[in-house]
Design a protein around this ligand. Structure first.
Ligand SMILES: [Zn+2]
Length: 402
C-alpha cells in the first residue's frame, strides 16, 4: 500500500515556479515529494475549485500584544490616523497592566489566530522571550526574537545581558529559533546595535517607521524628545545618527516598516524589508516606497495593538488593491518564500518544492475566470479552507472540498 497522498486542485502555486492549472501535489509523511502538471499523477483527493499554496509566513508580529486592541481606539487624530508616540504610551501602559498569566493567554490567542489564517512560520517579537514555550509547542515554525532595548549605557547593558541569558537557556529546536530584536533606533543605544552586528542572524529591528524617528536621530528634535524625557530615558549621546547606520551594521538584518526610507536606499542581498500594510495605513503614513526599492520584501501583520487581525493573506490582498503596480506573483512571494528566506527557513519551507516540508494552505477560489491566476487569490475575500503543517492537517479542508 502506498503511503503517498496526491492532492489535485484547480490551481497549484509552487511560488518558485509558475502556477499549474489542474496540477497535483504529492505528500509522503511530512514532505512534499512531487508537484506535477495535470495528467501526470492520479489524485487520491480532488480538492476542486481551490488553490494549493505554500503555508504563509508572517514575518513580523508581536503575539504578546494580542490583547491590546484598545490601544488603537482613542488615538485617531483629525485625519483619522493614529499618532505614534501617543500610541506608544498606550502600548507601554498596556504592558504594565498585564500579569504573566495574561501575557501567556494573549500569546495563545494571537497564535491561534495566526494558525487559523494559514500561517505556518511566524517571526514573533517577544518582550522577555515570553512566547518561546508556547511557540515551540505550536503547529508552526517560529523565530522568537527576544526584544532588547535601552538608550543609556546601563539600561542597554542590562537588557543585553537578560537577552543573552535567555538565549543560553533556550537552544534552537527543530523548527524553532531563538533570536534577538533590537527594538528601534529611538530606544536602542548605538553600541547595542554594534554588539548585535556580530550575532548570528536573523536579527529584526523596527526602522524608519515615522518621520518623528528621523527627526530625533538627525536633529534630536520632535515628539520623541518629550516622550523619552517623560519615560526618564532621554539620552541623546546614545542615539545612532541615521537609519542607514543600522542597515550597515546588520548585513543580514530584517528591517521592519522602513516607511520613510529613501527608495534608493542600498541593501545587501541577504537583507529583508518587512512591510505591515494595514498597520502602515492605520498610522496614516504616505505611500510606502517598497515597490521601487531593490530589496527582498516580506509581509507582517504587526500586532493587534495596531492591526485589525493577524490575517497575513489580508495584508497581501490590501496591497493588491492599494499598490496595483506590484506584480501579484511578487505579492505571493512576499507572503511565503521571501519571509521564509528572511527568517532562515528558505531551504525548508516557503514554496511547494519536492523535498521541502509539506506546509500547505488550501484556499477556495471564486467561481470566475482570470487571465492572471494570482488575482483569483488576491481579488477575493474567500477565507483559508485548510492548513497542512509537516504533512498533517491542522485546519482540515471543509467537507465540501473533500
Ligand atoms: Zn512591530
Amino acid at each position: 500500500m502506498s503511503d503517498l497522498t496526491t492532492y489535485a486542485a484547480r490551481w497549484i502555486f509552487p511560488v518558485d515556479a509558475p502556477p499549474i492549472e489542474r496540477g497535483t501535489i504529492t505528500v509522503r509523511d511530512d514532505t512534499i515529494v512531487a508537484v506535477a502538471t495535470h495528467g501526470t499523477r492520479t489524485p487520491d483527493v480532488e480538492l476542486g475549485n481551490v488553490a494549493i499554496l505554500p503555508g504563509f509566513v508572517n514575518a513580523h508580529t508581536h503575539l504578546d500584544l494580542s490583547g491590546a486592541k484598545a490601544c488603537q481606539a482613542p488615538l485617531a487624530d483629525a485625519r483619522g490616523s493614529l499618532e505614534f508616540t501617543h500610541w506608544l504610551r498606550n502600548v507601554i501602559a498596556f504592558r504594565h497592566s498585564r500579569t504573566p498569566t495574561q501575557v501567556q493567554a494573549d500569546i495563545a490567542l494571537g497564535l491561534a489566530e495566526c494558525l487559523r489564517f494559514g500561517t505556518t512560520l511566524i517571526g514573533d517579537i517577544s518582550a522577555g522571550g515570553a512566547s518561546w514555550d508556547l511557540l515551540t509547542r505550536a503547529y508552526c515554525r517560529a523565530v522568537v526574537f527576544h526584544e532588547v532595548l535601552g538608550l543609556s549605557e546601563e539600561r542597554a547593558a542590562q537588557s543585553w545581558q537578560g537577552a543573552q541569558a535567555w538565549a543560553k537557556q533556550n537552544a534552537p529546536l527543530d523548527g524553532y529559533v531563538p533570536a534577538y530584536s533590537p527594538h528601534a533606533p529611538y530606544s536602542v543605544r548605538r553600541t547595542l546595535y554594534a554588539a548585535l552586528s556580530s550575532q548570528t542572524p536573523p536579527i529584526a529591528t523596527h526602522l524608519a517607521e515615522t518621520q518623528a524617528e528621523l527627526q530625533l536621530l538627525r536633529a534630536h528634535e520632535g515628539p520623541f524628545v518629550d516622550f523619552l524625557k517623560e519615560l526618564n530615558v532621554w539620552n541623546p549621546a546614545g542615539l545612532i545618527r541615521d537609519p542607514l547606520d543600522v542597515i550597515r551594521q546588520l548585513p543580514r538584518g530584517i528591517f521592519v516598516h522602513g516607511n520613510y526610507l529613501d527608495a534608493a536606499t542600498p541593501f545587501a542581498p541577504e537583507q529583508t524589508l518587512v512591510v505591515c500594510p494595514r498597520t502602515h495605513h492605520a498610522f496614516g503614513h504616505p505611500r510606502h516606497p517598497f515597490p521601487r526599492m531593490k530589496v527582498r520584501v516580506a509581509l507582517g501583520t504587526d500586532s493587534l495593538a495596531s492591526n485589525p487581525d493577524l490575517d497575513i493573506l489580508a495584508e497581501a490582498r490590501f496591497l493588491r488593491q492599494q499598490y496595483p503596480e506590484v506584480e501579484p506573483a511578487m505579492l505571493l512571494r512576499m507572503l511565503t518564500l521571501n519571509g521564509a528566506e528572511a527568517l532562515g527557513f528558505g531551504a525548508v519551507t516557503g514554496s511547494l518544492t519536492a523535498g521541502k516540508s509539506a506546509d500547505l494552505v488550501v484556499l477556495p477560489l471564486p467561481n470566475a475566470e482570470s487571465s492572471e491566476p494570482h488575482d483569483l487569490l488576491f481579488v477575493s475575500a474567500l477565507a483559508v479552507g485548510g492548513v497542512m503543517f509537516r504533512g498533517r492537517w491542522i485546519v482540515a479542508p471543509t467537507p465540501e472540498l473533500l
